[in-house]
Design a protein around this ligand. Structure first.
Ligand code: ADP
Ligand code: MG
Length: 453
């Protein structure tokens, strides 16, 4: 199968162009051709869907030209897909193996790279600009400035994305270099396996032959003594040879409990950068960029005004959740063939919105708005109708509707027992004003930012 696919790949590369080829087709592995169906293993569902939609015909005709009979494609998602060529090839200097030894081939040491995690797809903003710049620098190779590069930050802030991007970029610049990316958990697993199968020398040799070693989520090996020990030696050997190391963790080295002091101190010799929690601007940028990708696939999908802004305001935990929400919206829209309006979004994402809701409540909104306009908190609930009080009250109603998932009657109760139609009127009024009154819309943006900080 590998031979057939190799032949087909050469043709595909010229027919779909090297970019498409590297991005979409190269990650696939042809597992079998049975009864007219070519079965592929793809690293992600996203890739197989894309390939199926865009390149199925081309792939079938190329396979048929090699003398196979293929009338449909099937895809399984699995980790056994091909690695980048340089990683997949066994190096010439790999230690000879005893016939009985079951050493994992080199390709199995690392984890596959996600072709979507590139620098091109990474949206840069204030919270991640330093990490991004450091990652870019390391990807250039050359004299090693930051070794190790230690990236840390909360879940879903882009650590893995940046590491894969470094690997892709570095590999493109240095096609013959060996880049090894794996999670700390996989490192431990390989290590334990090598111990069990008495192939520890091979294990050491393989790690020490790489040009760049990337270990993701290193907090995992905290407290695992022998794994840490081995990691420490591998680490030292590579740094001493001037090889680049990139490590990520969910917190700073000093804060990882159960991590040996000597490892911590070795880690702090390099560059330690953190990814900060996202800001509204960064979230909106990410949503816009992902939307552009979706729409390239399905140009007829309509997204109503303000939907992305709404999501960026309301989903503040992590980018993965944000992405999941967007994906669900698109799935929803393409199934129901309906425009994604704000209402559709609120309905379809109710569960995600609720869990992201705990931070902002109506009390906070009323308090902040009252402070901002210098009125008494009691006036939020009170009956005064003078404009200088009524307008801020309407703004608070509007923000309560936008930033929490409370219903109109619930909001009404919190504003001194007002009727839900009064709340609706207030919300509409502010929506209208925002359009023409730039001072008001600026004011509201500031209030939102304060509330979300
Ligand atoms: P971490 O490893 O820090 O938990 P990931 O790198 O897995 O986070 O990121 C989670 C998801 O969010 C991924 O799909 C990633 O592509 C996306 N993501 C995170 N930050 C960004 C960004 N700045 N631009 C584009 N996508 C991002
Ligand atoms: Mg990660």
């Amino acid at each position: 199968m590998d031979k057939i696919w190799g032949q087909a790949c050469a043709e595909l590369e010229s027919s779909v162009g090297p970019n498409n080829y590297n991005h979409w087709i190269k990650p696939l592995r042809l597992a079998a051709i049975e009864e007219g169906a070519a079965r592929f293993i793809s690293p992600t569902r996203f890739i197989s869907d894309w390939v199926n939609r865009h390149f199925a015909k081309e792939i079938m005709s190329v396979l048929n030209r090699t003398g196979e009979h293929v009338e449909r494609l099937r895809f399984d998602v699995g980790s056994a897909a091909a690695r980048p060529a340089a990683q997949a090839a066994a190096p010439a200097d790999m230690p000879a193996q005893a016939p009985t030894a079951r050493v994992a081939p080199r390709a199995d040491l690392g984890a596959p790279l996600d072709p979507r995690y590139t620098f091109g797809n990474f949206v840069v903003g204030k919270p991640n600009e330093l990490a991004h710049a450091a990652a870019r620098r390391v990807a250039e190779g050359g004299p090693v400035g930051f070794n190790p590069l230690f990236l840390y930050g909360g879940v879903g802030l882009g650590k893995t994305h940046l590491m894969h991007a470094i690997a892709h970029d570095y590999q493109t610049r240095h096609p013959n270099a060996q880049v090894l990316y794996l999670s700390a958990e996989q490192f431990m697993y390989r290590f334990v396996q090598a111990l069990r199968e008495s192939t520890i020398m091979d294990f050491k040799g393989m790690f020490r032959n790489v040009n760049m070693l990337m270990v993701d989520d290193v907090q995992f090996i905290a407290g695992k003594d022998s794994t840490q020990e081995e990691f420490f030696h591998t680490f030292n050997a590579l740094v001493d040879q001037g090889k680049q190391i990139v490590i990520s963790a969910d917190r700073a080295p000093a804060e990882i409990k159960g991590l040996e002091e000597r490892i911590k101190s070795r880690l702090s010799c390099g560059l330690i950068v953190d990814l900060h929690p996202t800001t509204y601007e960064l979230r909106l940028g990410i949503l816009q960029s992902k939307t552009a990708v979706f729409r390239a696939q399905q140009p007829d999908l309509e997204i109503g005004a303000g939907v992305l802004e709404f999501l960026a305001h309301r989903i503040t935990t992590n980018v993965r959740v944000l992405e999941g929400a967007l994906q669900r919206l698109f799935a929803h829209a393409s199934l129901l063939r309906r425009e994604i309006t704000l209402e559709v979004a609120q309905e379809c994402l109710a569960d995600i919105l609720r869990t992201n809701d705990r931070k902002i409540n109506i009390d906070d909104i009323q308090r902040k708005v009252a402070e901002h306009y210098n009125i008494r908190l009691a006036d939020m609930m009170g009956p005064k109708r003078a404009r200088n009080v009524a307008r801020p009250r309407q703004i608070a109603m509007y923000l309560s509707k936008q930033l929490t998932s409370r219903s109109l009657p619930e909001i009404g109760r919190r504003f001194g027992g007002r009727d839900h139609t009064t709340i609706m009127h207030g919300v509409r009024k502010i929506e209208e004003l925002i359009i023409d009154d730039s001072a008001m819309s600026e004011d509201i943006a500031v209030l939102k930012r304060m509330l979300e900080a």
